[in-house]
Design a protein around this ligand. Structure first.
Ligand SMILES: NC(=O)c1ccc[n+]([C@@H]2O[C@H](COP(=O)([O-])OP(=O)(O)OC[C@H]3O[C@@H](n4cnc5c(N)ncnc54)[C@H](O)[C@@H]3O)[C@@H](O)[C@H]2O)c1
Length: 316
């Protein structure tokens, strides 16, 4: 989408941090924004910060609750009439480790960080498609969806899944004229990782583990969420899928990709396997070329085959 002026964005987790940064960057482009958030304090603060701007609408919504999120989408449509840009951004920190016996934290982290992205997409993309004016979906993953932090298994699981979901969505929506971007923030100065200065009563530097102190230092020098919002605007305009904001991770990402390449077997694939891969690659190449306007590819509709729905009962 090259022209953003007058378009409507629906941003989950929009009342704080990166969501609010996107909202500000969108408003600067002349867009209208509906900010859906579950935290009433964040909504109150954001409302105050953006007071007097009638291109902003706030709605309380829990992305993990489909009926509740649908009500927020309906309210947005009633207020602005349309939605062109969907930002599935709401997220929560933590959620437990693979080793912990507690399932509740794990389920909650997955239901917000992954479920929220799926729910938002399934509710809003059909609306964008039906309008027929093009659009864009931005899903917030994390550097933890590329190079995981130790101890954040649930968070990383969800963020890797957001990336996989978004890659698939990108192929399916390209021919419909709807772009997809996936955002991978690293340290960004938001409410997600509070530092001692934010809450001196409860967060103390003395006696804290060195790993945490290093994290707080990184947070003191973290990316401004408004800059992240501007990076998202640029990605939407250029129809670019990957949005990275923190260059400090680049060397590790390169190392990881070399490790993946080195893990492939040396034996040549059979002709049948090779042919299928060539067909699959050809169908997706055009659609996934960075910066490309979506180009319909002959036979591309076949790529949308929902193999799961054809499985026998109980099958995967
Ligand atoms: N800040 C970082 O360093 C960082 C790094 C990587 C990824 N991220 C991701 O960025 C996204 C935004 O986080 P942020 O850093 O701006 O944090 P934030 O806490 O400032 O903002 C997140 C917002 O999401 C809202 N939210 C949480 N659960 C919700 C739910 N169930 N329904 C609706 N709203 C809900 C919160 O109320 C909050 O306003 C998250 O997905 C997060 O995982 C952040």
């Amino acid at each position: 989408m090259e022209q953003l002026e007058g378009r409507v964005a629906f941003i989950t987790g929009g009342a704080s941090g990166i969501g609010l940064g996107m909202a500000r960057a969108f408003l600067a482009e002349g867009m209208k924004v509906s900010l859906a958030d579950w935290n009433p304090d964040h909504i109150a603060k954001a409302r105050e910060a953006l007071a007097g701007n009638n291109a902003v609408h706030f709605v309380r919504a829990n992305v993990a609750d489909r009926a509740n999120l649908k009500a927020a989408v309906d309210e947005t449509l009633a207020h602005f009439g349309k939605i062109h840009v969907l930002c599935n951004n709401a997220g929560v920190n933590g959620g437990g480790t693979a080793a912990s016996p507690d399932f509740e934290d794990w389920d909650k982290a997955l239901s917000v960080n992954l479920g929220g992205v799926v729910n938002g997409t399934k509710l809003v993309v059909p609306i964008i498609r039906a309008q027929g004016e093009g659009g864009h979906v931005v899903n917030t993953s994390s550097m933890a969806g590329v190079v995981p932090l130790p101890g954040l298994a649930a968070y990383s699981t969800a963020k890797y899944a957001v990336r996989g979901f978004s890659e698939s969505l990108r192929i399916q929506l390209a021919e419909k004229g709807i772009g997809v971007s996936c955002l991978f923030p690293g340290a960004t100065r938001t409410a997600m990782v509070p530092i001692p200065e934010d809450d001196p009563e409860n967060i103390r530097e003395e006696g804290a583990p060195q790993f945490l102190k290093d994290l707080w230092d990184a947070m003191r020098e973290a990316v401004d969420p408004l800059d992240t919002g501007r990076a998202v605007v640029a990605a939407i305009k250029a129809n670019r899928f990957y949005v990275f904001t923190n260059r400090e991770f680049l060397d590790e990402v390169i190392e990881r990709h070399r490790e993946i390449e080195a893990a492939f077997p040396a034996d040549e694939p059979t002709p049948g396997r090779m042919k299928f891969e060539q067909v699959r690659r050809e169908l997706t190449r055009n659609l996934m070329a960075p910066g490309n306007r979506p180009v319909p590819v002959e036979g591309a509709a076949d790529m949308a085959l929902d193999l799961g729905s054809k499985s026998p009962a109980g099958g995967q």
